[in-house]
Design a protein around this ligand. Structure first.
Ligand SMILES: Cc1cc2nc3c(=O)[nH]c(=O)nc-3n(C[C@H](O)[C@H](O)[C@H](O)COP(=O)(O)OP(=O)(O)OC[C@H]3O[C@@H](n4cnc5c(N)ncnc54)[C@H](O)[C@@H]3O)c2cc1C
Length: 475
């Protein structure tokens, strides 16, 4: 082994970047290892043809579903991870979403909302979260919805001036900003620490394995980047909820700890992704709204569900229409459409899980929404109710269930909890039974809540970093 770091962070998305920010500012010698490259800055990340139709920036890694069919999850291996592509809706989970909900099949977090609250505030400040006015077409539609649907402003990590840049304003959700008008892991976190002498960032450096301490595998000594060994006092996993559990499972298997540690049986389990449906509502006029994604809708009868408009302009919405439609008709319908994204929290089921590639084959994502029946029932009723409300408001609409490949909100596979027999990491993010391996990405989410996950991932990682600083390595 050559150079030795204090903290090695595997992955540079929401969790990795926030942890790096927190640790670097404590003066720790931080190494960030990112599998992907930095994205080009030539405008191609805003090109509908390249980004949406050709999926040119997406991962091509093939997986198997629970029935053995191959598919390609919507993952992005690039500096900043999925945050470069996200819709920037940065919402806090509600206090009750940190508690167990037995009737719904949801496990508790090992921390309370108040424990995360200061880090939520820090993340919101770092990401410059703000609200935007509701635009006219959406306002008109909301006015026609019946009173059961409550709307609240949607906090967005977008620069105030984005609204004046029509191209960026119509292409922030699912695209990577070319002008830094969307705050993400790179622009809001890594950029603040990149020039510090104690920070090293390596792209195109996929971690292939964790290295055991030669005297006791309950401590990790570092990581492998291909054939290269890199040593560090601590390792923080932030490769994302589909990838971190595979690195950990492999480590536990190789070291024999898979049989010794109760938490090992939980690695990869409780996978969640939200139950997701996209709804396209059509109106008689072309919509001129730019951002669109400015409100969060909820209804009391559906406590685990929310709706937010998609931040898609007509050109993107047209790509969601059935492929058999002639292109000019799809374009016309897209221009007259408003997109909505309906999400329902999924329950915690141990059978929904990520498995490592068996014998060098494809990794496996075994997930069936029917295993969380309360969540599935609420989502179906929620979608039906919202569509009925749109029809009643004069908006004919169509719905599309987002298939398993839609892993934008993947989480939960190294769940945080107090009980090592039912969780993988403790309240401080440390893997139960291991001395110096922590998890700071979406894998830790014990519950997925009814809103998008990134702000909670940023906040968790900031909190873990602060805790590590307070304790030091040897305490
Ligand atoms: C289109 C889209 C829209 C979204 N919209 C929203 C939204 O509006 N609001 C919201 O809150 N969330 C949104 N999300 C979800 C959000 O982006 C993710 O929840 C968040 O980025 C997850 O953070 P993470 O740190 O767990 O993983 P990631 O951000 O995916 O980061 C993981 C990183 O690890 C790297 N990596 C993987 N394996 C290795 C390895 N072996 N070695 C080194 N590096 C590795 C990856 O390349 C990646 O950079 C959206 C996602 C997508 C795709």
């Amino acid at each position: 082994m050559n150079e030795r770091y204090d903290d090695i962070i595997v992955g540079s998305g929401a969790g990795g970047a926030a942890a790096a920010y927190g640790l670097a500012r404590q003066g720790r010698r931080v190494l960030i290892l990112e599998k992907g490259a930095a994205l080009p800055e030539d405008g191609s990340t805003l090109d509908v043809e390249r980004v949406i139709r050709r999926g040119a920036f997406k991962s091509t890694e093939r997986w198997l579903d629970g029935a053995g069919r191959t598919f390609v999850p919507e993952e992005y291996f690039n500096l900043g991870g999925k945050t470069r592509w996200y819709g920037a809706a940065l919402l806090r989970f509600a206090p009750e979403e940190f508690e167990a909900d037995a009737a719904y099949g949801a496990l508790p977090w090992p921390i309370a909302y108040r424990d995360l609250a200061p880090y939520y505030a820090e993340a919101e400040a770092l990401l410059g979260v703000r609200e935007f006015p509701i635009e006219p077409d959406l306002r008109a539609l909301l006015n026609r919805l019946d009173g059961r649907w409550q709307s609240a402003p949607l906090p967005l990590a977008l620069a105030a001036g984005i609204i004046d840049d029509e191209h960026e304003a119509r292409h922030f959700d699912g695209f990577a900003s070319g002008r830094g008008l969307k705050a993400d892991a790179v622009s809001a976190l890594l950029a603040r620490i990149a020039s510090l002498p104690n920070v090293t960032l390596r792209t195109a450096s996929a971690v292939t394995a964790l290295l055991p301490d030669p005297t006791d595998a309950r401590g990790v000594a570092g990581v492998c980047v291909g054939n290269e060994a890199v040593s560090g006092e601590r390792v923080l996993l932030a490769a994302g909820a589909l990838h971190s559990p595979r690195l950990l499972a492999d480590y536990l298997e190789r070291t024999g700890l898979a049989r010794a540690l109760p938490a090992a049986r939980q690695v990869g389990r409780y996978f969640k992704r939200h139950l997701l449906t996209a709804v396209l509502a059509f109106g008689p006029r072309r919509s001129e709204d730019r951002l669109r994604k400015t409100v969060l809708l909820s209804a009391e009868a559906f406590p685990h569900s929310t709706v937010q408009p998609l931040g898609f302009g007509g050109d993107v919405l047209s790509t969601l229409l059935p492929g058999f439609l002639p292109a000019p008709l799809a374009r016309l319908l897209g221009a007259h459409a408003y997109g909505f994204f309906l999400q329902t929290e999924d329950g915690s089921d141990t059978r929904n899980q990520v498995r490592v590639a068996n014998g060098g084959g494809h990794p496996e994502l075994d997930y069936d929404a029917a295993r969380t029946p309360a969540a599935l029932a609420e989502h179906r009723r929620f979608v039906a109710a919202f569509r009925r409300a749109l029809f009643a408001a004069g908006s004919p609409n169509g719905a599309r269930t987002i298939p398993l490949a839609g892993t934008a909100h993947a989480c939960g596979t190294l769940a945080a909890g107090d009980d090592p027999a039912r969780s993988v990491v403790d309240a401080d993010g440390r893997v139960h039974g291991l001395a110096n391996l922590h998890v700071v990405d979406g894998s830790v989410l014990a519950r997925s809540s009814r809103v998008n996950p990134s702000l909670t991932i940023y906040a968790w990682a900031l909190r873990v970093a602060a805790g590590l600083g307070a304790r030091g390595v040897c305490t």
